[in-house]
Design a binder for this molecule. Structure first.
Ligand code: RRO
Length: 294
């Protein structure tokens, strides 16, 4: 068992928000999914106060060892989530972490109050780092904004608050420290790196929204460095993610100070990736250290 900001987890492998649709997976795989759920907690796709249609297509662009998404937060909104999705997600055999995002303080208040009042919810992830919403300011790019938001939300719930950090800022550790000062129980990183890709025929941006967020193995060295810097500066647990595809990748993040890891983009190709990563990690952790000849 490990503890992440008051959340007890069977093992250190979670999913990255928005990379595993547990309701669709349950439809596809039935009870097998519940008997061998790939993650120690389930992190929902981010929800917003009101329903959103998401960004215009195309929404995905493949890159060497990665992909750019411009999904744009399509979701049913708070009321739709509570009425339609929460009852199904509550059936999962692991704690539920609900990811929330708003474009203003009032929206975050509604989300944290609404989700925080539900017994089915074990913790709340504050997504202050989505690269795909035209809201002007991205809270998580500024330490002062992150501190103010966390301080305002902290009194609304006793549930653990996890702050999802952006890599698209000069000093992610300063933002992480601000989140901790504001009362966050844990931080998670990285969200996607702002990126674009061109249509090879027209030389115009391929994605409907023009740009998106890069994920997958291509971002792993960036994620490792940001986790290293953040873990050195905060005392709260760090959930590390960014291109994890194997137990060795996960062990790299844990070795740099992460307390847990999340598998993201790898889930799209292999919904069982989380279990494989955990098993590989356990095997590696049980092994004698490798021989060093350098
Ligand atoms: O929905 C998205 O486009 C999205 C979100 Br909310 C996010 O946090 N990170 C991302 O890469 N895409």
């Amino acid at each position: 068992m490990i503890s992440i900001g008051g959340l007890s987890l069977e093992h250190p492998v979670l999913n990255g928000s928005g990379t595993f649709d547990a309701i669709a997976a349950q439809r596809a795989f039935g009870d097998a999914l519940l008997e061998r759920f790939p993650f120690s907690a389930f992190v929902s796709k981010t929800i917003t106060p009101e329903p959103r249609a998401g960004n215009p297509p195309p929404r995905l662009y493949e890159t060497p060892s990665g992909m750019i998404n411009s999904i744009g937060l399509p979701n049913k909104g708070l009321e739709g989530f509570l009425a339609q999705d929460l009852p199904q997600l509550a059936e999962l055999p692991v704690p539920l972490v609900v990811s929330v995002m708003a474009t203003d303080r009032d929206g975050f208040f509604r989300l944290v109050a609404g989700v925080g009042g539900r017994d089915e919810v074990a913790a709340i992830e504050l997504n202050v780092s989505c690269p795909n919403v035209k809201s002007g300011l991205i809270v998580g790019e500024q330490p002062a904004e992150t501190l103010a938001l966390c301080e305002a939300l902290r009194p609304l719930t006793e549930k653990p608050l996890v702050v999802k950090l952006t890599p698209n800022t000069g000093d992610p550790a300063a933002v992480a420290v601000a989140a901790e000062e504001g009362g966050a129980d844990a931080v998670s990183l990285i969200n996607t790196l702002r990126a674009t890709g061109l249509d090879p025929g027209t030389r115009e941006p391929w994605l409907g929204a023009g740009s998106g967020g890069l994920s997958g193995p291509a971002v792993r060295p960036v994620a490792l460095e940001q986790v290293r810097r953040v873990a050195a500066e905060v005392s709260v647990p760090v959930i590390g993610m960014g291109g994890i595809e194997s137990g060795a990748d996960a062990l790299d993040f844990l070795s740099l100070g992460a307390s847990a890891v999340a598998v993201g983009t790898a889930n799209f190709r292999d919904p069982g990736a989380g279990e494989r990563v955990r098993l590989e990690l356990e095997a590696l952790q049980g092994q004698a250290p490798a021989l060093h000849l350098n």
